[in-house]
Design a protein around this ligand. Structure first.
Ligand SMILES: *[C@@H]1O[C@H](CO)[C@@H](O)[C@H](O)[C@H]1NC(C)=O
Ligand SMILES: *[C@@H]1O[C@H](CO)[C@@H](O)[C@H](O)[C@H]1NC(C)=O
Ligand SMILES: *[C@@H]1O[C@H](CO)[C@@H](O)[C@H](O)[C@H]1NC(C)=O
Length: 450
């Protein structure tokens, strides 16, 4: 055979191997059954649940606890509707979900956390784990017990080895990103004093802004969430001692009092916030924003102006963070929501970058104190590395009961542009994590191709 043909064949082979290699790892569900006796249950009374991929090697005493997102329920009607699907009942949850991005177990895709104990806590309380109402209405049979779930899951994980943690991160995206803000110091408090413990909030910096009609829509909405779930006593006291509980659901009023180091990954034009804070359905009865909300390319100049105004407010709300190195931030100008649990935005050759740094590197460098990170992007549309969102994944449509195979599918990592990643060092890293016949073949291919 001529060498061109051999190359072609080897190329095919490499693709076949990459396909296997980048298949998301699926992690089975664990139900926290002993939580039921403590009244720590989902909206429908079912046990809480999480997915746990055990750490190994140097990561054996490091713990990443990621909280699932999926909006909130703000009254009996919306909470009752949640009981019928996975965000309100563990009986409706997928038995396994894909782990990718910061949850990936592959060094190539997640170089600093791949061998940690990685946990994804399922969201089924509708209050970012803050609710605690003792009484259960006999008619609705709704349980508002998010804060109890948080405590029960912590207890369970501590017993499973987290009590020996040397490194730990609480993270989450969207309502889960808010969970990691609201519970940041509490998480720190249950871990060993000597451990390095930090908080990471992805798309959790919801701001208290007026909508396009000038109404305080999100403030009213959060106030209903807090009232419905009896959250007040579980919000950080450093905030509730000064302000009304409904305000203490907004990161901007409490972050300056958080003592544990915290990092925010957020788009300045967070697509959830544009859709639900700036231009919620009630503020746009004619649906003028419909196509703009779906795709930023469809926005009119007026709409873009309002979005630039939103960014200005977003950045103003961030100033309370100050510039201390313990408070990190990666604020890009993308139109998106949640960037740490998807491979394409966490770490890939074409992932979003600020100061030539991917989110994966910024977060890890900050966590290990290799360097502080405090970057705010120039305004839209200046950043060519953005992945602007066209259609949101299912977890962003909290009021619909979609069944998902995995909330964090790794399908994107299978796209051919993954090959762009293939500089020599990364190829070699790929091989070094591969064992057996696959590793041998890949080594061969690399020798031939590079
Ligand atoms: C519950 O909240 C939803 C969403 O905000 C709203 O549309 C609905 O009218 C509310 N229902 C009641 C009974 O308050
Ligand atoms: C924070 O800002 C002040 C004033 O702008 C500056 O003097 C200081 O060096 C900054 N600190 C860090 C850690 O960037
Ligand atoms: C919601 O879930 C229920 C029960 O699982 C199902 O019967 C119904 O068709 C679902 N609705 C939607 C809109 O998917």
């Amino acid at each position: 055979m001529e060498s061109a043909r051999i190359r072609q064949l080897l190329n095919l082979l490499v693709w076949a191997l990459l396909l296997l290699k980048t298949e998301a790892s699926y992690v089975p569900i664990t139900y926290v059954r002993n939580a039921v006796a403590k009244g720590a249950v989902c909206l429908d009374g079912s046990p809480p649940a999480y997915h746990f991929d055990k750490g190994y090697g140097t990561g054996i005493n490091s713990w990443l606890v990621a909280f699932e997102g999926g909006g909130w329920c703000n009254n009996v009607t919306t909470c009752l509707s949640r009981k019928t699907y996975r965000l309100g009942s563990s009986t409706k949850m997928a038995k396994q979900i894909g782990f990718s991005g910061i949850l990936s177990n592959r060094r190539l895709f997640n170089p600093d956390f791949y061998n940690w104990n990685r946990i994804k806590v399922r969201y089924c309380d509708g209050s970012s784990f803050t609710g605690d109402v003792a009484a259960v209405n006999p008619e609705t049979k709704l349980y508002y017990r998010g804060a109890r779930i948080f405590a029960a899951v912590m207890e369970d994980l501590l017993a499973k080895g987290m009590k020996n943690a040397q490194n730990a991160i609480i993270s989450g995206c969207s309502a889960g990103g808010l969970t990691s803000v609201l519970h940041c110091d509490r998480f720190r408090a249950v871990l060993p004093t000597g451990a390095r413990v930090k908080c990471l909030s992805d798309a959790g910096y919801f701001i208290n802004a007026k909508d396009v009609m000038g109404e305080q829509h999100i403030e009213q909405y959060f106030s209903q969430v807090v009232a419905t779930h009896g959250s007040a006593t579980n919000l950080p006291q450093s905030c509730t001692s000064r302000l009304s509980p409904k305000l203490c659901f907004f990161p901007q009023y409490l972050v300056s009092h958080i003592t544990t180091p915290i990092f925010f990954v957020n788009a300045a034009y967070d697509s959830w916030q544009i859709k639900n804070i700036l231009a919620p359905g009630v503020a746009d009865p004619q649906g003028h924003w419909h196509s703009c909300k779906l795709d930023i390319n469809n926005c009119s100049p007026d709409q873009l102006d309002l979005m630039q105004g939103f960014r200005t407010e977003f950045l103003r709300a961030l100033t309370v963070l100050g510039n201390s190195s313990s408070k990190g931030m990666f604020i890009d100008s993308c139109y998106t929501h949640c960037q740490t649990e998807m491979q394409e935005t966490w770490l890939r050759s074409d992932s979003p970058m600020l100061a030539k740094t991917t989110i994966a590197k910024a977060v890890a460098d900050w966590f290990y104190e290799r360097r502080p990170f405090h970057q705010i992007d120039c305004p839209y549309p200046c950043n060519p590395t953005c992945h602007n969102r066209l259609v949101d994944p299912p977890q962003d449509h909290p009021e619909k009961n979609v069944t998902t195979k995995g909330t964090t599918s790794d399908a994107s990592a299978r796209k051919p542009d993954f090959l762009k990643l293939a500089n020599k060092a990364q190829w070699i890293e790929l091989v070094s994590t591969e064992r057996g016949i696959g590793g041998l073949l890949l080594t061969l291919v690399i020798l031939v191709i590079l």
